[in-house]
Design a protein around this ligand. Structure first.
Ligand code: AMP
Length: 249
């Protein structure tokens, strides 16, 4: 079985995001970029499944500018076998990403597609669900555990009330939540080896997909500052404030 893992190059999660003066978006000019954290978790999970002998190949795919090659090389250094870069300088919205991924999946025929729960730049949380719908296959979102059982994936999902375990028939799309695993760091020898691993270049047009935007960003602005908190001296005072000031008790 092959496992396909989409990885997105996003602004690093430790960078303080700055809004552009004209409100047209955020300043990516000199910002440090990294692999979307949920995608690191997906790559780690795919590699663990392969190391457990249940997959033969892990293919990573990114849709983005030529610089996304760095992100793919990081995934290859972690242990993925092969990469596909679908190169475009356009901002690609989740539906177009899902359509491109559908094309990649049809060409590669993976048994499992492990997608991040959300990209931390647009926070859409849409691509995995759209991809499963387009492929007309099963999906399990927000996985905190994945176990392969026969021709199904047994997925533990983080839901509002706690944990839910479901079996989805393969091929399936699974989206990853934070507690699924702790991604490994790539070792220096593996970073060197990753430079020689195969990386195919494609374009959205190769999959017949237009990247023309369907959404319009009206304005981007900083969140309003938080009000300062207060320290209370006792539990009794806390309860009193929750009752009288916050009105939550
Ligand atoms: P989103 O729906 O935008 O929050 O993204 C959810 C997940 O879809 C990400 O964690 C990635 O696994 C995948 N994804 C989104 N955009 C891209 C992209 N440009 N290239 C590769 N994967 C992507």
């Amino acid at each position: 079985m092959k496992i396909l893992v989409p990885v997105k190059r996003v602004i690093d999660s430790n960078v303080k995001v700055r809004v552009l003066a004209d409100g047209s978006g955020v300043d990516l000019g000199s910002a440090k970029m990294s692999m979307n954290p949920f995608d690191e978790i997906s790559v780690e999970e795919a590699i663990r499944i392969k190391e457990g002998g249940e997959a033969v190949e892990v293919i990573v795919v990114s849709i983005g500018s030529a610089k996304a090659e760095e992100t793919l090389r990081t995934a290859l250094a972690m242990g993925a076998d092969r990469a596909i870069l679908v190169e475009t300088d356009d901002v690609v919205e989740p539906l177009a990403v899902a359509k491109i991924l559908k094309g990649v999946a049809e060409a590669e025929q993976p048994g499992l597609i492990i997608v991040g729960k959300q990209a931390i730049d647009d926070d859409s949380n849409q691509t995995g669900q759209m991809l499963a719908a387009l492929l007309e296959c099963a999906q399990a979102t927000f996985a905190s555990g994945i176990e392969l059982v026969g021709d199904a994936a047994r997925v533990t999902r983080e839901v509002d009330g706690g944990l839910q375990t479901i079996d989805v028939k393969l091929p399936a799309v699974v989206t990853t939540d934070l507690r699924l695993n702790e991604p490994r760091y790539a070792s220096l020898p593996n970073i060197m080896k990753a430079k020689k691993k195969p990386l195919d270049k494609k374009s959205p047009a190769d999959f017949g997909v237009s990247t023309e935007p369907r959404l319009k960003v009206l304005k981007t602005e900083e969140p309003s500052g938080r009000k300062a908190g207060v320290k209370v001296k006792s539990v009794a005072e806390l309860v009193e404030k929750l009752k009288t000031e916050a009105g939550v008790l």
